[in-house]
Ligand binder design. Structure first.
Ligand SMILES: C[S@@+](CC[C@H](N)C(=O)[O-])C[C@H]1O[C@@H](n2cnc3c(N)ncnc32)[C@H](O)[C@@H]1O
Ligand code: SF4
Length: 345
């Protein structure tokens, strides 16, 4: 297990200067053959590095290897990925060149509706292992967007995630607004993301406007109220120019009542953001129900009419254990079905 910083050090020890390091990293992250490039590697890299390169590339490939691929009817594919020590995480190839990656094995937040949270935190995923998930996916298809919506809470592995984001947004050739950091909301996140050289877009998993219910559903999320989260999100959105993606997992009879809709309008109307409503992926082991699609569509339509930009989305690969953590648990993000769009401002 090593980090991007460890990799940089190893390259430097083999005689690589900054430009050499960037070139090697580009081949890895973009899954480019070593023969590709304007200047051939053998005329460019120091001898020691050249000699070590095949073994090093094999080692980098070994950071994330494919165990299973479950293609969905919507063009997505849920991947079960083995890390170097045998632990497994999920990545999801999304329609339209997106990829959902995992930042932790398990998760300490313990959301009641999430299969990943049931395991608790098993271990952190290193920055190199995060980037390796992208390299693995790129060996299968193009990746132009990376969302941190797989297993784990990125704010609990913040420095590793930020290190990976910096690589992906530079040598990885991914547009900064196409890197999406998804979090339950942690005060450190807003400050840290705004400070990085690569500022990602931000998704905030809100799920309810009620503080007490949120504490129940997300038992170990930081003690920010929904209003605190939206305030901090609004500042980040204004600072970066990217709208916040508010995430709302729709749970039948739990967070889909008229009282929630009234409070959503109070909280989000006029804010620089979009509300993504994602009907819960049923997981047999968990005690929640997915609302039917017509009900979900009606909720999105009513919010739209009241001035909240709302999109109804379905998790990718509904037909192949679409709930995050299900594939790992049993040895599985967003196909868009946009029903209502209204300019937020
Ligand atoms: C798996 S989490 C990972 C990122 C981060 N921990 C978070 O919660 O934003 C990504 C999103 O998946 C959602 N999610 C988890 N389990 C789900 C399920 N069974 N059905 C639908 N969405 C789910 C979460 O609510 C969250 O918005
Ligand atoms: S939804 Fe996100 S924060 Fe909650 S348990 Fe799952 S991975 Fe962790």
């Amino acid at each position: 297990m090593f980090s991007i910083a460890d990799l940089e050090q190893r390259l430097a020890a083999l005689g690589a200067n900054a430009a050499h390091r960037q070139r090697v990293m580009r081949h890895w992250v973009q899954a480019l053959p070593l023969t590709q490039g304007r200047r051939q590697l053998e005329h460019y890299l120091p001898h020691a590095l050249l000699a070590a390169l095949p073994a090093l590339m094999a080692e980098l490939e070994g950071l994330a290897t494919l165990v299973e691929s479950h293609p969905g009817a919507d063009g997505s594919a849920r991947l079960l990925v083995r890390l170097g020590d045998g632990q497994t995480v999920e990545s999801v190839l999304l329609p339209r060149d997106g990829l959902c990656v995992s930042s932790q094995v398990g998760c300490a937040v313990g959301c009641q509706f999430c299969m990943t949270g049931r395991d608790g935190l098993i271990r952190q995923v290193t920055s190199a292992e995060i980037v390796a998930q992208v390299a693995l996916a790129r060996r299968q298809r193009a990746v132009k967007k990376v969302v941190f919506m797989g297993m784990g809470e990125p704010s609990h592995n913040l420095e590793a995630v930020m290190e990976a984001i910096e690589v992906l947004g530079t040598v990885g050739n991914i547009g900064h607004k196409n890197l999406v950091f998804s979090t339950v909301g942690d005060p450190r996140v807003f400050e840290r993301l705004a400070r990085g050289p690569v500022k990602p877009a931000l998704a905030l998993s809100l799920h309810t406007t009620k503080d007490a219910l949120r504490r129940e559903l997300l038992p170990r999320a930081p003690r920010l109220t929904p209003a605190d989260i939206v305030d901090a999100g609004e500042r980040y959105a204004r600072e970066t120019g990217y709208p916040i993606q508010y995430q709302w997992t729709l749970l039948d009879g739990v967070n889909d009542g008229d009282d929630e809709l009234d409070a959503i309008v109070t909280l989000l109307k006029g804010k620089y953001g979009v509300l993504n409503m994602i009907p819960y992926n049923s997981v047999p082991e968990l005690p929640f129900q997915r609302p039917d699609w017509d009900k979900a569509r009606d909720i999105a339509r009513r919010l739209h009419q009241r001035g909240v930009l709302t999109k109804l989305r379905d998790s990718a690969g509904q037909d192949v254990d679409g709930g995050c953590g299900q594939l790992r648990a049993r040895a599985a993000q967003p196909r868009k079905r946009t029903v209502a769009i209204q300019p937020a401002r």
